[in-house]
Write a protein that binds this ligand. Structure first.
Ligand SMILES: NC(=O)C1=CN([C@@H]2O[C@H](COP(=O)(O)OP(=O)(O)OC[C@H]3O[C@@H](n4cnc5c(N)ncnc54)[C@H](OP(=O)(O)O)[C@@H]3O)[C@@H](O)[C@H]2O)C=CC1
Ligand SMILES: O=C(O)CCC(=O)C(=O)O
Length: 411
């Protein structure tokens, strides 16, 4: 099932649980605006190359639309649409005053030089600058993009609209970025996992973790979990997968991955088949790479008791059903990875106030939001006798539906 069909399915299940009116349901589902732009740049050798960029603005009933920009070869309109919709429910679950959006360019950033990436980002920004803004739509990093990408968007946007640090989040600290934003999604995953395990009388320390993806989210989650005494027994990225049953030394792996641009070849672990990473024996599985990674073919082999969805829509609905029957507890993406957008909100607030917080404040506010988020999700699970995914979806939908109804429609 593609990302959009899977997301729409979860939306419809939640809408049915809440008993939403069919017309309201339709209005919530259809994106506010879908933008598709052509981005042609000269490569370093002078030849021209064209890419297609997207920005889907899904909903703004609770505030400015918010969401990352992804650079990846598999970016397509349906996927961006699904990711934008997930942002709407995610910001509502986190209870931050935003709607949802997502953008992307169908490109392989590893094939582009830094100057080509800069040109591409600037052209994309030129195409969409009049449709984004501090109180309209605020981009942030996602797969294949980072603080530097945000700095280029900020600079290009500011040429048209004047210096506007709050137009993007996840930007470098020197340009008004927030302390703690780089680690925020991984730290949020840590806090979410801690809160979940506590419900089962467990703590991070002593649990065995398997993590797919060692980029921003996966590497920070690995580092913070291992700092808390969790044992990371297997990790994978696009270069390969590695296992050490006694626990991987994460600081050494981080150095290796930085030097060699991947986890492959790390001397402190054995190489394993990347396609069997989910079958590794562990207590907690954390997918932190692409969507749809857990599907009906690999779900049956999963041994973890808990899955914490650091990636967006990593679990296909068919896999969801299989895992539910196996009794695996899944902490859904729209709650589990909301630490990133929550600290993006703190960054935006700091930019608007012109007052910078220290990192302790950022991290402790994040913990408050993540802990409260799980409590709110669990209350919906109890009210509607549903699993955590439907608890999160009904929580998000209910908040957005209420805001939409309160605002009303033009007569
Ligand atoms: N960044 C953020 O703040 C947030 C991100 N997310 C989600 O988290 C996920 C990861 O994002 P982020 O860490 O930012 O992205 P990055 O681009 O920083 O990292 C992605 C990681 O996934 C790896 N990867 C890609 N394809 C595969 C594959 N087939 N098998 C194993 N590993 C793979 C990449 O390997 P390589 O680098 O070698 O290509 C890299 O390690 C995405 O789903 C994103 O939407 C969610 C909330 C916020
Ligand atoms: O920080 C943000 O604004 C958005 C992060 C994001 O894209 C996501 O949560 O999927």
């Amino acid at each position: 099932m593609n990302a959009l069909a899977a997301t729409n399915r979860n939306f419809k299940l939640a809408s049915r649980i809440l008993g939403l009116d069919a017309k309201l349901e339709k209005s919530l589902l259809i994106p506010f605006r879908e933008i598709k732009v052509e981005c042609t740049i000269p490569k370093d050798d002078g030849t021209l190359v064209s890419y297609v960029g997207f920005r889907v603005q899904h909903d703004n009933s609770r505030g400015p639309m918010k969401g990352g920009v992804r650079y990846h070869p598999e970016v397509d309109p349906d996927e961006v649409n699904a990711l934008a919709q997930l942002m709407t429910w995610k910001t509502a679950v986190a209870n931050i005053p935003y709607g949802g959006a997502k953008g992307g360019i169908g490109c392989d950033p590893s094939d582009l030089s830094p100057s080509e990436l800069e040109r591409l980002t600037r052209v994309f920004t030129q195409r969409i600058h009049d449709l984004i803004g501090i109180h309209t739509d605020v981009p942030a990093p996602d797969m294949g993009t980072n603080a530097q990408t945000m700095a280029w968007i900020l600079d290009e946007y500011s040429k048209f609209h004047g210096h506007s640090p709050a137009v993007v989040t996840g930007k470098p600290i020197d340009l008004g970025g927030s302390l703690g934003r780089d680690a925020a999604t991984g730290r949020g995953v840590l806090f979410a996992t801690e809160a979940l395990l506590k419900e089962y009388g467990k703590s991070i320390s002593g649990q065995r973790f398997v993590i797919q993806g060692f980029g921003n989210v996966g590497s920070w989650a690995s580092q913070l979990i291992s700092d808390m005494g969790g044992k990371i027994v297997a990790v994978s990225d696009i270069t390969g997968a590695i296992r050490n049953k006694d626990g991987i030394d994460i600081p050494s792996l981080l150095r290796h991955a930085q030097e060699t641009r991947g986890v492959k070849g790390f001397s402190g672990a054995d190489a394993i088949d990347p396609s069997s990473i989910f079958a590794e024996d562990c207590d907690v599985l954390i997918p932190a790479a692409l969507g749809g990674a857990i599907n009906r073919d690999n779900a049956v082999d999963i041994k973890a008791k808990f899955i914490v969805e650091a990636a967006n829509h990593p679990t296909d609905p068919e896999a969801d059903e299989i895992l539910k029957k196996k009794g695996v507890v899944i902490l859904p993406d729209i709650y589990a990875n909301s630490g990133g957008v929550t600290v993006s909100y703190f960054e935006w607030v700091q930019n608007i106030q012109g007052f910078m917080w220290d990192e302790n404040r950022v991290n402790s506010e994040l913990k408050t939001y993540m802990t409260r988020g799980l409590k709110d999700v669990k209350e919906m699970c109890q009210t509607h006798n549903c699993d955590l995914r439907m608890g999160a979806f009904t929580l998000g939908l209910n908040r957005v539906a209420r805001a939409t109804l309160l605002r009303g429609w033009e007569a």
